[in-house]
Ligand binder design. Structure first.
Ligand code: DON
Length: 570
């Protein structure tokens, strides 16, 4: 009798507290009541990501005994549900990690061109580039890499995969409450979901979304369950693969069963270089992120940037000129290293970079049309998460669908969005991609090749100890946003929040413009305009997530003010 009464009270209390609506182990994440937390200082472990629920899921995994890799896997999976604009299982990305024992890990799960892809597949009969096809719909999608990347990351994790994926399954099955921005963003894209998809899906379930609505994604939950129960095969083979290929057939895409079966994440060698006594660790090609970050920092190092003052005309001009030269090199020399000999060490050689800045004139703008890529005698949607755990493992992951909601094609019956990463190839020499980047042979389309990326997860060590984990979305602005976070801390002595929330600028060689955010200092803009620079005002650049570790081991973590990004930890 007593047992029955107790059971009844327990069930009643659970009902009152919304049991079954609260996701995750220990029911620590409430998808119906959550607020972004923009910055905090934690004693042991911290996560910063694009969504409060995803950060909470990651922190919870570490509380349960998982490490930063467990947290990264669970956070990414949660982002695939609660941040459909960029979080994904239908896209790809890069994980950069450093284990507490010093081992560096660089996992490349970038999408590949389907085997039926051809160099000129986006050119019409007159040879004109059709960017609509590389940017939207079925033909824009590369073979997704995220699930393979997650399973490759499992070698460094401690908890069982089924525990790491369960919160994402619950969030998809039970739903989560939309913020006003999320509802608005879905409403903007509803027409495109219908245009570029072939079946109804969770996003098209309503005519209009409002703040406070619950987004339930049953089909996605089912797909995630298949991955939980069958591993990577639950995605690359069997039902999910068949649904994806059927979607391709209905919409004229190229990805087939063989492409999915053959997809592999690759282990790369992390790039390491020094900057003013710090050790910087960056991601190598097929991302351009690490190379650009390394080149620009090395070009800046001979100059007393800190003395010039934050966003003084001298400091901004120097950074812009270094960026211009690095992006000119990107356009010619960078591509998938398995298809193109990328001269990484040459591009980062001290003598080469000194020479590259040889024609820099303080007080006078260079012209991009006169700056070419160096020669050698020889030879706006993505999302980032930054994590440091109690042991000192560091993980930075940037993943992407490319544009907002990728190709806008949801796989019918499987509930996930496909990327439009094919647009990151150079679809024709000199034709700009959606981020204005141009390229040539190094980044031309070829079957099974990875398209060049700008993603730039980065780690910084000081005295060989963890110091900074940083990264951001933002297309071609990614490396310059990461660069600014790094110099803001190292040269300008900023804290985590200031380092990522201060106004930003960006130059990428072509177009020959300096992009600035609206709070960029007007005095500096005027002085630079007098030197010959042209400006373009842009909405917020990037969404940077940063963790800084201070001398006492405290983790100071900040999530970008430009979005609903959020931190969590303990
Ligand atoms: O890999 C790249 O460089 C791009 N696909 C990233 C796209 C991106 O960051 C969009 N975010 N705003």
């Amino acid at each position: 009798m007593l047992r029955t009464i107790c059971l009844f009270i327990l069930v009643f209390l659970s009902f009152l507290s919304g049991y079954g609506q609260i996701v995750g182990p220990r029911k620590a994440v409430d998808p119906y009541r959550y607020e972004p937390v923009k910055a905090a200082s934690f004693e042991r472990a911290s996560v910063a990501s694009a969504h409060a629920l995803a950060s909470q899921v990651g922190a919870e995994m570490m509380r349960r005994g998982g490490n930063a890799f467990d947290a990264a896997i669970a956070t990414q999976l949660a982002l695939a549900v609660v941040y459909p604009v960029a979080g994904n299982i239908g896209g790809g990305g890069f994980l950069l990690g450093r284990k507490a024992d010093g081992q560096l890990i660089a996992l490349d799960f970038r999408e590949t061109a389907p085997r039926a892809a051809r160099r000129d597949m986006y050119l019409d009969q007159d040879g004109k580039a059709q960017t609509e096809l590389s940017q939207n719909g079925h033909l824009a999608a590369g073979v997704p890499g995220t699930i393979a990347g997650l399973f490759a990351s499992m070698s460094y994790a401690k908890l069982p995969f089924r525990d790491l994926i369960q919160p994402a399954i619950d969030l998809a099955a039970l739903g989560f409450v939309l913020s006003e921005n999320e509802a608005r963003s879905l409403n903007w894209t509803l027409g495109n979901f219908k245009k570029y998809g072939t079946k109804p899906n969770a996003f098209t379930a309503r005519k209009e979304w409002k703040a406070g609505d619950t987004l339930v994604q049953k089909e996605l939950a089912r797909t995630l369950e298949l991955v939980r129960d069958k591993g990577a095969k639950g995605f690359y083979r069997g039902k999910t693969a068949r649904l994806l290929v059927a979607e391709m057939k209905r919409g004229g895409g190229l990805i087939d069963l063989q492409d999915l079966k053959a997809y592999e994440a690759k282990s790369r060698t992390a790039m390491e270089f020094s900057y003013r006594g710090h050790q910087i660790i960056g991601f190598p090609p097929p991302s351009s992120g690490g190379v650009i970050l390394g080149q620009v920092l090395k070009m800046l190092e001979p100059y007393p940037l800190g003395q010039y003052g934050f966003q003084s005309p001298e400091a901004v001009q120097l950074m812009v000129e270094a960026e211009r030269r690095a992006y000119a090199d990107r356009a010619t020399h960078l591509g998938d290293p398995d298809f193109w000999k990328v001269p990484v060490s040459e591009l980062l050689a001290d003598a080469y970079l000194k020479n590259r800045m040889g024609d820099f004139v303080p007080g006078k703008a260079s012209e991009s049309k006169l700056i070419k890529a160096g020669e050698f005698r020889e030879s706006e949607q993505t999302t980032h998460l930054s994590i440091v755990d109690a042991e000192g493992n560091m993980v930075a992951v940037t993943t992407t669908l490319n544009g907002a909601y990728g190709s806008k094609t949801v796989v019918g019956g499987a509930g996930f969005l496909l990327n439009n990463e094919m647009d990151d190839f150079s679809i024709k020499p000199g034709v700009a991609n959606m981020y204005g980047a141009v390229g040539g042979d190094a980044n031309a389309i070829a079957p099974n090749k990875r398209m060049l990326s700008s993603m730039c997860p980065a780690l910084v060590l000081k005295d060989n100890k963890p110091f900074m984990v940083v990264g951001t979305p933002g297309g071609t602005t990614i490396p310059t946003s990461v660069l600014q976070a790094v110099v803001n801390v190292i040269d300008f002595g900023m804290n985590a929040e200031q380092a990522i929330n201060s106004p930003k600028f960006h130059h990428q060689w072509l177009p020959d413009l300096v992009d600035i955010e609206k709070d960029f200092p007007e005095e500096t803009r005027k002085k630079l305009a007098a030197m010959g620079y042209t400006f373009r005002l842009r909405d917020g650049i990037g969404r940077t997530e940063i963790v800084l570790i201070d001398r006492d081991g405290k983790r100071m973590v900040a999530a970008d003010k430009r979005g609903e990004d959020s931190v969590a930890g303990y």
